[in-house]
Design a protein around this ligand. Sequence first.
Ligand code: SIN
Ligand code: FE2
Length: 212
Amino acid sequence: MDLFAQDTPTKVMLAPGAYWLSGFALPCMPVLWPCLADHLSGHPARQMMTPMGYPMSVRTSSMGSWGWVGCAAGYGYHAFDPANQQPWPAIPTVILQLANTAAREAGHPDFVPNSCLINVYAPGSKMGLHQDKDELDFTQPIVSVSLGLPATFLFGGPRRTDKPVKIPLVHGDVVVWGGASRRFYHGVAPVKPRQHPLTGPQRINLTLRKAR
Ligand code: SIN
Ligand code: FE2
């Protein structure tokens, strides 16, 4: 399999229950992007802290009933934005529908996320290998949508030491993992400095989850 030769929408199985759906989000971008830009202007992505007290590499905002927050007390889901003590804005319908159809395409029907984490990667930002494990219901998949600058997504296995495959994600790509691969390790290599016509010098990732 040549992972670097995808120029038309394709579906690549990464592991049981895990698929790279290249270009899957492109058709809804004209509706999705204005919603996201509007959200970020009112709820700017902020640098969260690791439990060790270090600033995270990415900046973060959230939508939905549950926002993901990192602070000295640990990682977890909160119903209120710590910046203003207000509930997070609802997830726009276009994003809910995208997540649902992408999950179905990957074999996970009836996915209704209640959390949309927005990670903003400036050049050099990265995400170390980790498992998504702060959720209560591991029968529900993760849907991850990429916008803006390309990035190398690292998708490993059930153990941190499993050698990850390198997926060259570009604007509009979606990755879904659930079922047998729901708790597989994954991360993002440092984003290279470039300009994207929509997002400028950044990559944005939406992670849709059923948090609670
Ligand atoms: C994450 O795993 O939280 C982010 C994945 C990505 O940015 O592609
Ligand atoms: Fe993750």
